[in-house]
Ligand binder design. Structure first.
Ligand SMILES: [Zn+2]
Length: 227
C-alpha cells in the first residue's frame, strides 16, 4: 500500500507543535484531522503498518487529553482551509523527497533542525557569520545533510534506518560516515588532494567560509555519492 509520506510528515509536524491544554470549552478539547489520504486512515485503522506506529502512539497520547476524530474528506470539496492545504501539499511534492522511511524521533530531530534553520533565516542578523545562507539551495542541502548526519551515506542508512547489509564504505576500510568520506576514504584521495592541497579540518569544511563550504559541496558532487 502506498502511504503518503507528505501527509504523515505534516500530521507529525502538527502533533509535534503541540496543542494547548484543554480549556473549559469544547473548542480546545476536540480536534478533527481532515485528510483526503484515505490510505493513511485505512492503515491507521488496521494498525498493522509499522510506518505508522509512531503516528498511532502520538495520536493515542494526544487522545489522553483531547477528543480526536480523523475524518476523510474528498479533495476539493470547499472545506475551509482545504485549498490552502492542497497548495501546501503541492508545494511539498515539489521538494526533494526522501526515499527512505524516517522514524518518529528522527522526524522530530529533522523538523526541529528545519525550524531552527527557518528561524535563523528569518533573523539574518543572527546568522551573518554563517556562510551557509549565501549558498545555493542545492549546496545548502548537501551542507545541511553533512552537518546533521541525516544523509544517505551507508553509516546512517544502516545504523539508523536499517537499510543495506552493513555501514561499510565500498573501499572496505571503514564505515561510510561523513568524516570518512571527507577526510579519510582512499577512494577520494586524489580528489581530496586536488580540492584541499593542505590538510583541512572537518570544522573548516562544514562551518568555514563561503569558499570552504562551496569547496565541500563541489567535492561531494564530484564523488558521485548520493548524499
Ligand atoms: Zn571509503
Amino acid at each position: 500500500m502506498f502511504i503518503s509520506d507528505v501527509v504523515i510528515f505534516y500530521m507529525k509536524k502538527i502533533l509535534l507543535q503541540g496543542f494547548p491544554s484543554p480549556g473549559p470549552t469544547a473548542a480546545t478539547k476536540n480536534i478533527v484531522f481532515l485528510t483526503d489520504a484515505l490510505s493513511v486512515l485505512q492503515a491507521l485503522k488496521s494498525s498493522k503498518n509499522k510506518d505508522l506506529n509512531d503516528l498511532t502512539s502520538a495520536l493515542t497520547s494526544l487522545s489522553q487529553t483531547h477528543t480526536i476524530a480523523l475524518q476523510w474528506i474528498p479533495s476539493h470539496c470547499n472545506v475551509f482551509g482545504n485549498e490552502t492545504a492542497d497548495l501546501l501539499a503541492k508545494k511539498a511534492t515539489a521538494l526533494q523527497q526522501n526515499d527512505y522511511t524516517t522514524t518518529y524521533s528522527e522526524a522530530k530531530t529533522i523538523i526541529h533542525a528545519q525550524q531552527h534553520e527557518e528561524w535563523l533565516q528569518e533573523h539574518p542578523n543572527h546568522v551573518q557569520n554563517d556562510a551557509y545562507h549565501a549558498l545555493t539551495r542545492a549546496e545548502q542541502v548537501v551542507i545541511f545533510r553533512l552537518r546533521t548526519g541525516h544523509n544517505r551515506l551507508n553509516h546512517h542508512l544502516y545504523t539508523k534506518l536499517h537499510i543495506g547489509t552493513s555501514d561499510q564504505c565500498t573501499c572496505q576500510t571503514g564505515g561510510q560516515t561523513v568524516i570518512h568520506v571527507l577526510q579519510h576514504c582512499p577512494m577520494y584521495e586524489n580528489l581530496r588532494n586536488l580540492m584541499w592541497p593542505q590538510d583541512t579540518p572537518m570544522a573548516q569544511k562544514l562551518y568555514g567560509s563561503l569558499e570552504d563550504l562551496r569547496r565541500t559541496a563541489t567535492f561531494m558532487s564530484e564523488t558521485g555519492l548520493s548524499i
